[in-house]
Write a protein that binds this ligand. Structure first.
Ligand code: 5GP
Ligand code: MN
Length: 473
């Protein structure tokens, strides 16, 4: 008799690039061929969830790639995702829309954005696992900035909006529980060392310089990988399939898989079954048909509340990490401060206790969907806001927070300016931050000159090079 496998059939996709019909079509095709039901699709960024033309123009990307895509049909409910789809953001996104869902939310029925960083629980019958993820790519010059991109984005903000911010990394660093799967767009830095670098270089010769200098991938992801040590880590961005096995000092292991972008004939999709005994199977599938459900994770909720105040500080942004040049590693800022945050998290965890809070199905349309018939200029007029929408309101309600103090930082309602002691407009915030940054750059130049004298061979002139930029040292 064949043993019945209980589990979750999962498909993982690399870069999505707006190919909703194609990727969902491929999922349906696999279901037909293998006579299985895919329960969950995990997507590693560059999704391009444009509800309308206005969202399309809020994506950073070369003009030739700007296209409306088909997401708006799923947003409107004219088309439906074949299975629960969960994604993180990359560097080509409808950034205004994802900002609206900063803490994670439904961007369309059955399509869930994890947010800028998040950990949630997934359950189907007797199988459960914890899924974490973080959005965007790392550019060190934006790392220490707050979430200050006020809407409508200025041209440089169209890019900085998806650059990893320290506060989102800090939230992940406070997590002490077990994480089973993790999603990122870029790769953790130096992950190539844990797989076949030779094979990788055969496919991507142009990675050679970055590999030699140890700069391929994201430094914050390396930090998160080493701390969370998830069983699986999925990524994209490099447009090549790559596997690695990371053996941590603790004895735990992380299976890393990067996938390609969605092009016929390329390795952009991986299907596997995650069983109730936490095994990953590639030839056998689960046939149990309970519904798949999402739950908030109480430790993560405690972290979100503990770090909430960091989102509202605009004038004194504390440095949460520092770069240790000797170890070439990101490290947590002063240990005692970090401990304070941990203690507060532990207190809050007592409040949330073991309550299992289901992620509600509370998707609502918040911006008019693209209308194929409407060729008027009116369809291009940007709504001048990133609303504090119903989903974020009900999320913040879990903490008894209104979210109003995030106006001008995370969300943007032009007719409701932030008030902290005095009247503050977003433009003024921007100026303050620029002044602070300039000061730091000057200080850093001095420091770098000193370092170059000590270490003349240190690499230069590459924006991915952590040593060239001011904020981490
Ligand atoms: P995207 O689809 O995000 O516009 O582009 C990603 C492209 O940039 C891919 O072709 C990928 O190979 C390349 N890329 C991303 N990160 C790096 C990096 O750190 N070093 C090098 N050499 N190429 C990168
Ligand atoms: Mn990308």
């Amino acid at each position: 008799m064949i043993e019945q496998i209980e589990g979750i059939n999962i498909a993982v996709e690399g870069c999505f690039h707006g190919n909703f019909d194609e990727i969902f079509g491929t999922i349906r095709e696999i279901e037909k061929q293998k006579k299985i039901k895919i329960d969950l699709l995990l997507v590693c960024g560059d999704v391009q969830t444009h509800r309308n033309k206005h969202d399309m123009f809020n994506m950073a990307c070369p003009i030739k790639y700007l296209s409306m895509g088909t997401f708006y049909k799923y947003y409107q409910g004219k088309e439906a995702a074949p299975c629960l789809t969960i994604f993180i953001g990359g560097n080509h996104e409808a950034s205004n829309y994802l900002r609206e869902m900063y803490f994670g939310g439904w961007v369309a029925p059955n399509i869930y954005y994890l947010g800028d960083s998040n950990i949630i629980q997934i359950k189907k019958g007797n199988t459960t696992f914890k899924l974490g993820g973080t959005s965007g790519i790392f550019k060190i010059f934006d790392f220490n900035n707050p979430k200050l991109e006020s809407f409508p984005f200025k041209s440089e903000q169209l890019r900085s909006v998806y650059h990893t911010k320290q506060v989102d990394l800090f939230k992940l660093s406070l997590y002490e529980g077990e994480v089973n799967m993790f999603l990122s767009h870029d790769w953790p830095q130096q992950i190539h060392q844990h797989g076949s670098t030779k094979e990788l270089l055969k496919k991507k010769q142009n990675f050679e310089a970055d590999i030699k200098s140890g700069r391929l991938g994201s430094q914050p992801h390396k930090f998160t990988l080493e701390r969370l040590q998830p069983d699986f880590w999925f990524a994209a961005h490099m447009h090549v399939k790559f596997e690695a096995l990371v053996k941590h000092k603790s004895g735990k292991q992380t299976k890393f898989l990067a996938l390609d972008k969605c092009i016929a004939g390329r390795d952009f999709l991986q299907v596997f079954t995650y069983t109730k005994d936490k095994q990953d199977l590639y030839e056998q599938f689960a046939y149990n048909d309970e519904p798949i459900e999402l739950f908030y994770d109480s430790e993560w909720l405690s972290i979100v509340h503990t770090t909430y105040k960091l989102l509202t500080i605009w004038d004194k942004i504390p440095k949460l990490f520092e770069y240790n040049p000797a170890l070439k590693e990101l490290q947590i800022m002063k240990k005692d401060k970090y401990q304070e945050f941990l203690n507060e998290k532990h207190q809050r965890m007592k409040i949330f206790g073991n309550h299992k809070i289901k992620i509600p199905n509370n998707f609502e349309i918040t911006s008019p969907p693209y209308d194929e018939q409407d060729n008027t200029i009116k369809s291009l007029v940007p709504p001048n806001r990133v609303p504090l929408n119903n989903q974020m309101k009900s999320y913040l309600n879990l903490f008894n927070e209104s979210g109003q103090e995030l106006n001008g930082l995370i969300f943007y309602e032009p007719d409701q300016p932030r008030i902290i002691g005095e009247f503050v407009t977003p433009d003024f915030l921007q100026k303050q931050i620029e002044l602070e940054n300039q000061k730091e750059i000057l200080q850093q130049k001095d420091l770098q000159q000193q370092e170059q004298q000590e270490e003349p061979s240190s690499p230069k002139d590459d924006e991915l090079n952590i040593q060239d930029f001011p904020f981490l040292q």
